[in-house]
Design a protein around this ligand. Structure first.
Ligand SMILES: [Zn+2]
Length: 228
């Protein structure tokens, strides 16, 4: 699964429909600004907001949901080699859903004069401090309503956008208005607690959804070595 964790990103090159599956600019919706939610049924959302707009703002929650459904079908069919690839895609979309900048219109800080934050945060900073990230394991629980659950964690993770932007601007000012070593050190200090929490929750969610899919498929017998 780890080997195929980036397959979904690689598909963007050949499949023009793939791109929008990796994000949702959820805070561009008036409904979200007013109530903290949006219409979560895809067809109803298209009726309410317009299909072109729904696709343009990004379809991450629905892509996650449909990939989960696909995994249930793979398990039911006993197609273990396919299930490995589907589970890897599911993990990818879940990972995107736990990256606050994948669930906001201000995905690269372009709306707040912080252009480039996407890469600074998820790539440069993480690469520098990856050795300090420790994930605690937890219980793997069955999820009761998968569709609702996916939307809930996206609503919750959007709340980190402000904290993240704040961490970036504080670090930038502290570093003398530069993105240098001092910046990254301060950025890590300001954001490591919630970054670690997001990574941990993301991996727990991945485990929980794979487990739930397997239960929903009727707990098929797992082969010794599901090869690809
Ligand atoms: Zn992605």
């Amino acid at each position: 699964m780890a080997d195929h964790g980036s397959d979904a990103d690689i598909r963007k090159k050949d499949d023009k429909n793939e791109f929008v599956k990796h994000f949702i600019d959820i805070d561009n919706y008036e409904d979200y600004k007013n109530t903290g939610r949006i219409e979560s049924d895809f067809e109803k959302a298209c009726q309410k907001y317009g299909r072109t707009r729904v696709i343009k703002e990004g379809t991450l929650p629905w892509a996650t949901d449909s990939t989960y459904r696909e995994l249930v079908e793979n398990f039911k069919a006993g197609n273990w080699s396919r299930a490995v690839l589907t589970a890897a895609d599911l993990g990818h979309y879940i990972g995107d859903g736990f990256m606050p900048l994948h669930i906001t219109g201000n995905y690269n800080g372009q709306m707040s004069n912080q252009t480039g934050i996407h890469r600074r945060f998820e790539e440069t900073m993480i690469d520098r401090y990856i050795d300090q990230i420790q994930l605690n394991s937890g219980d793997c629980k069955k999820i009761e309503n998968v569709h609702q659950f996916i939307f809930s964690y996206m609503y919750a993770n959007n709340k980190y956008v402000n904290q993240l932007l704040q961490s970036d601007s504080v670090a930038y000012n502290y570093a003398g208005k530069a993105y240098n070593d001092v910046y990254y050190e301060a950025m890590w200090k300001n954001s490591s607690v919630f970054t670690g929490k997001l990574l941990e929750e993301s991996s727990r969610t991945m485990a929980a959804l794979i487990y739930t899919a397997w239960i929903e498929a009727g707990k098929p017998k797992i082969p010794e070595r599901p090869g690809i």
